[in-house]
Design a protein around this ligand. Structure first.
Ligand code: IPM
Ligand code: MG
Length: 371
């Protein structure tokens, strides 16, 4: 398959983790005879430095011309004092808006060897498997913002239309239908008008999916249920801000936010990015976990029905975890792996499983001839 992929590394640890995902996609292209063409573009603080704009027009064009976008992270503390509309994060928020990326799919799974890494008890999280459908291009993120002249009052508006709710709700119901047939709408319908509209629309749409059981949960209770009873969830459908919060919270179940991948879907564009932020403190140290970005690359392939290829990445990721070839967030021993080691292991494993395992075994038995 020919795929044009726009690569937007962004800020902080973004460039380090993105290059691992690109390395892994190159291994897939080599092994499965695909032709992936990567085009890099500026976004976030790096784009402000060079062009004064967190989302330059050129970048938008590169994204529009691509079949898919692979995104790193944005955000830099040196721009903390900028107005909201000029901050590096606008590179991502404007991209979502301009490309109409309305549905953000954020799956949460557990990995056996990591189950003890979570601060939550094993018996609670074992076999957890749910997916968050977060509305991504509306709500309080995009409503009118105001600050009074004296700076002593401010407001953000949250608004939704039935159309904006319906399009993501249909995607979430379809996902539930192909999974365990449970959909939970998370809202705050005892306080917010927008939440009441979400409930009304979801009840209506539910009529089209009679085999899907629908639950309604307020966000405050949902944050608690997610920790004490995560197995009860299958598909969670929610608005933009609640989805942002829930997806970070949910990553605790997997053992690290460095494992949470995402796919943002629009009418004509698709973007894949890790759920975590730019972690400026670790920038350039080669210790950030690249797995969330590598798993986002797997979601990219699966979006184009390259399921065998997606599985090859997932198997390699699981192997790296099993062999403890992991970064310090997952590996507190002195033998932790660096970002680039993890990327190298995964891409080598994809290309030639046997030789990689042979090499690793010999090293661990002290038989390596490499000094
Ligand atoms: C995310 C991030 C973004 C968001 C930030 C970087 C603007 O936290 O993708 O979850 O809030 O959506
Ligand atoms: Mg977030």
């Amino acid at each position: 398959m020919n795929l044009k992929i726009a690569v937007l590394p962004g800020d902080g640890i973004g460039p380090e983790i993105i290059s691992q995902a690109v390395k892994v996609l190159e291994a897939i292209a080599q092994k499965y005879k695909h032709n992936f063409i990567f085009t890099n573009a500026l976004v976030g603080a790096g784009a402000i430095d060079k062009t004064g704009n967190p989302l330059p027009e050129d970048t938008l064009q590169v994204c529009k011309n691509a079949d898919a976008i692979l995104f790193g992270t944005v955000g830099d503390p040196k721009y903390n004092d900028l107005k909201i509309e000029n901050r590096p994060e606008q590179g991502l928020l404007k991209l979502r808006k301009r490309l109409g990326l309305f549905a953000d799919i954020r799956p949460i799974a557990t990995y056996k060897p990591l189950i003890h890494k979570s601060p939550i008890k094993e018996k609670v999280i074992k076999n957890t498997d749910f997916i968050i459908y977060r509305e991504l291009s509306s709500g309080i993120y995009y409503g009118e913002k105001k600050v009074s002249e004296d700076g002593n009052s401010a407001s953000d508006t949250c608004s939704y239309t039935a159309k904006e709710i319906d399009r993501i709700a249909h995607l979430a119901f379809k996902a539930a239908k192909s999974r365990r047939k449970k959909l939970t709408l998370v809202d705050k319908s005892n306080v917010l008008e927008t939440s009441r509209l979400w409930r009304k629309r979801v009840k209506k749409i539910a009529e089209d999916y009679p085999d899907v059981k629908v639950f309604f949960l307020h966000i405050d209770l949902a944050t608690m249920q997610l920790i004490i009873n995560p197995r009860k969830f299958d598909v969670i459908l929610t608005e933009n801000l609640f989805g942002d919060i829930l997806s970070d919270e949910a990553s605790v179940i997997s053992g690290s936010i460095g494992l949470s991948a995402s796919a943002s879907i629009g009418e004509n564009s698709v973007l894949f990015e890790p759920v975590h932020g730019s972690y400026p403190k670790y920038k350039g140290k080669n210790v950030a976990n690249p797995l969330a970005t590598i798993l986002s690359a797997a979601m990219l392939l699966e979006h184009f029905n390259l399921h065998e290829e997606g599985d090859a990445i997932r198997n390699a990721v699981e192997k790296s975890i099993e062999l403890n070839i992991t970064t310090p967030d997952l590996n507190t021993t002195r033998k932790f792996a660096h970002t680039s080691d993890v990327g190298k292991f995964i891409s080598d494993y994809i290309i030639d499983k046997k030789s990689v395992l042979y090499y690793i075994e010999n090293i661990s038995l002290g038989q390596s001839t490499i000094i």
